[in-house]
Ligand binder design. Structure first.
Ligand code: NAG
Length: 121
């Protein structure tokens, strides 16, 4: 079985600052929210798993796994968020669709690199 790990990983980083800092200005606060999307091509595009990790200040608080089909909380805060996202049918449908939209679209582009990174398992 062909197994490609980390293939097609898309990293989106959003850093929100209170205000654009002027040169030399002290920041009163910075927080970082990060969403990482991973496509695991277990057998080419025949068997694909989509994983979205939601990270707040370096801690993963929730994730979506296309094999499960819903958001799962990884912390008490994440459980509240996951419940909220799972109650939004449109958002859930959109997230579920990404395994069929985002992942295949990225496969061709990453294949020359991902084949070099094939996991021997
Ligand atoms: C992988 O996909 C191919 C079709 O592309 C299929 O013939 C083969 O049986 C699949 N392998 C496994 C282990 O599912």
């Amino acid at each position: 079985m062909e197994r490609v790990r980390g293939a097609g990983a898309v990293l989106a980083v959003l850093v929100v600052l209170g205000a654009p800092p002027a040169a030399g200005e002290e920041l009163s606060g910075v927080f970082q929210f990060m969403g990482k999307c991973e496509c695991h091509f277990i057998n080419g595009t025949e068997r694909v798993r989509f994983m979205e990790r939601l990270i707040y200040n370096r801690e993963q608080f929730a994730h979506f796994d296309s094999d499960v089909g819903v958001f799962l909380g990884d912390t008490p805060f994440g459980e509240i968020q996951a419940k909220h996202w799972n109650s939004d049918q449109n958002f859930l449908d959109y997230t579920r669709s990404q395994v069929d939209t985002v992942c295949p679209r990225n496969y061709e582009g990453v294949t020359p690199f991902s084949v070099e990174r094939r996991d021997p398992l």
